[in-house]
Design a protein around this ligand. Structure first.
Ligand SMILES: Nc1nc2c(ncn2[C@@H]2O[C@H](COP(=O)(O)OP(=O)(O)OP(=O)(O)O)[C@@H](O)[C@H]2O)c(=O)[nH]1
Ligand SMILES: [Mg+2]
Length: 241
């Protein structure tokens, strides 16, 4: 596939040893999603880390068949945020990208994110389905409403202009890692991180992304339970501000 050859770093004359890119993917029973995701990862990614929580499907076999070079680790804690923190701690790259394993995200979208980090000097960029050029074929009316409410609350708390606070496709420069310490272990992790970063001196931005419905398997998100947890974390962030 031609797009696999796209290499922001190579175009700048940089080598993997200058700017290595690690991709972290949290998974729980995502064999079908990984069959779509793994073959589409662009060549600029040097290291793939799958942080798996107790999968009982073929998740591990799919990884070892399609990307035998990937590292698969068993999650130590619980929750998506905890899996991401574990992956970030293991990753060796200077640029760290997180992406869901359910096949809903197009890893090619990370090219814009890498461009922003490597060329334009951003420290953290967050994928957005709500900026022009982005979108989702997985938004029901209720999901879009919930996302808008949480994005509005987060912006209110953090005095920022995020357009899509709940989306989990993010790219970090290693400099950002200290900010992740002590953040939530569940789905609130990414929202809390976005709130903290917006109060920091770090340079943050958004890249556009298109989301498809998950390819198979089951959602781990409980809109009400996780939405309430996110709101609680946002209130906590407001008190700290
Ligand atoms: N390791 C690990 N991965 C998790 C955990 N919870 C969710 N994930 C993974 O995190 C990613 C996002 O979870 P999803 O269930 O797709 O959440 P979502 O994208 O908000 O919801 P859907 O649109 O319904 O898929 C997927 O790759 C999940 O397998 C967890 O506790 N541990
Ligand atoms: Mg998903």
């Amino acid at each position: 596939m031609e797009h696999l050859k796209i290499d922001v770093r190579g175009a700048l004359g940089l080598k993997p040893e200058d700017v290595a890119v690690s991709l972290i993917v949290p998974t729980h029973n995502e064999a079908r999603g990984l069959r779509r995701l793994l073959p589409a990862i662009p060549a600029v990614v040097d290291e793939i880390i799958i942080v798996d929580w107790a999968s009982t499907d073929d998740t591990r076999d799919v990884v070892s068949y399609i990307r035998p070079d990937a590292t698969v680790v068993e999650q130590v804690g619980r929750g998506k945020g905890s899996a991401i923190k574990q992956g970030l701690a293991l990753a060796k790259g200077q640029i760290l990208v997180t992406c869901d394993g359910d096949g809903s995200m197009d890893p090619l979208d990370m090219i814009d994110a890498l461009n922003m980090l490597i060329v334009e000097g951003y420290d953290f960029v967050k994928g957005s389905r709500c900026k022009p050029g982005g979108g989702s074929s997985d938004f029901t009316k209720w999901r879009a409403f919930g996302n808008n409410v949480l994005t509005w609350c987060a912006n209110h708390v953090a005095d920022m202009n995020w357009t899509d606070i709940t989306y989990g496709f993010n790219a970090y420069h290693r400099r950002v890692l200290p900010v992740t310490e002590g953040l939530a272990d569940g789905f609130a992790f990414e929202i809390q991180l976005a709130a903290r970063l917006s109060r920091s001196e770090l340079r943050i931005g958004e890249f556009t992304s298109w989301e498809s419905p998950r390819v198979g398997g089951e959602s781990k998100l409980n809109s009400i339970r996780d939405g309430l947890r996110i709101l609680r974390v946002l209130v906590h962030e407001r008190r700290k501000a």
